[in-house]
Design a protein around this ligand. Structure first.
Ligand code: TZP
Ligand code: MG
Length: 210
């Protein structure tokens, strides 16, 4: 079940940017206050990701946090993760819901007001919208929406939990929340200095409160 309200910071893991295993990132992120984390792995074999995710999930369970798996409904099911995060090119949310059941958390990415409108008809627990700002983390991103685009999506989706993503930093997180995001999904702002993931996470939570 999705926590309500959503934690204001929702970290995604990235082995390339952090240089750390998923489990090590999860450990640092939880120490900084994260309670909902998404494992995102775009390289390597499913077998390796499965094993890494299994170890990350052990850390998650020990701390009573929640873990979503990016893209892979099969791995989420096999690992008994808390849910899955799907993009526009992944399995449709309705199909994932049939596989994972009513209690699983299903998040869904959108990149425009039109996609967000379509997402309202899907059996999802939260909607992600982005990129809000320019980002180097994802190469094939759609056009930047800016805070104005985020406000339009917020107005359209009503009460549906809304996660903003893309280029969000300590400097912009308060404005992003102010513009209507319930939570910010963040990669590089938390992981690009692997020696200070915990401190950066703590600090982003602080800024997200203001
Ligand atoms: N989807 C839209 S932008 C993005 C994803 C996965 C990357 C976010 O990473 P960062 O480093 O927080 O900009
Ligand atoms: Mg995807």
């Amino acid at each position: 079940m999705l926590p309500t309200p959503l934690p204001r910071v929702y970290p995604l893991t990235d082995v390339v940017i952090s240089g750390l295993s998923h489990a090590a990132q999860v450990t640092e992120l939880i120490a900084g206050g994260a309670s909902l984390i998404q494992l995102r792995e775009k390289n390597g074999s499913p077998r390796t990701f499965f094993e890494q995710a299994r170890l990350a999930l052990q850390v998650i369970r020990k701390h009573h946090c929640q873990l979503l798996i990016n893209d892979r409904v099969d791995l989420a099911l096999a690992l008994k993760a808390d849910g899955v995060h799907l993009g526009q090119d992944d399995m449709p949310p309705a199909a994932a819901r049939r596989i994972l059941g009513p209690k699983a958390i299903i998040g869904y990415s959108s990149h425009s007001v039109a996609q967000a409108r379509h997402a309202l008809e899907q059996p999802i627990d939260y909607l992600a919208i982005g990129p809000i700002f320019r980002t180097n983390t994802k190469q094939d991103t759609a056009a930047v929406l800016g805070l104005e685009g985020l406000r339009s999506v917020r107005a359209m989706v009503g009460e549906l939990p809304l996660v903003a993503i893309g280029g969000i930093t300590e400097a912009t997180v308060a404005a992003v929340i102010q513009a209507g995001a319930d939570s910010v999904a963040v990669i590089s702002a938390l992981l690009s200095d692997p020696t200070d993931i915990t401190g950066r996470t703590r600090s982003l939570f602080q800024k997200a409160k203001q």
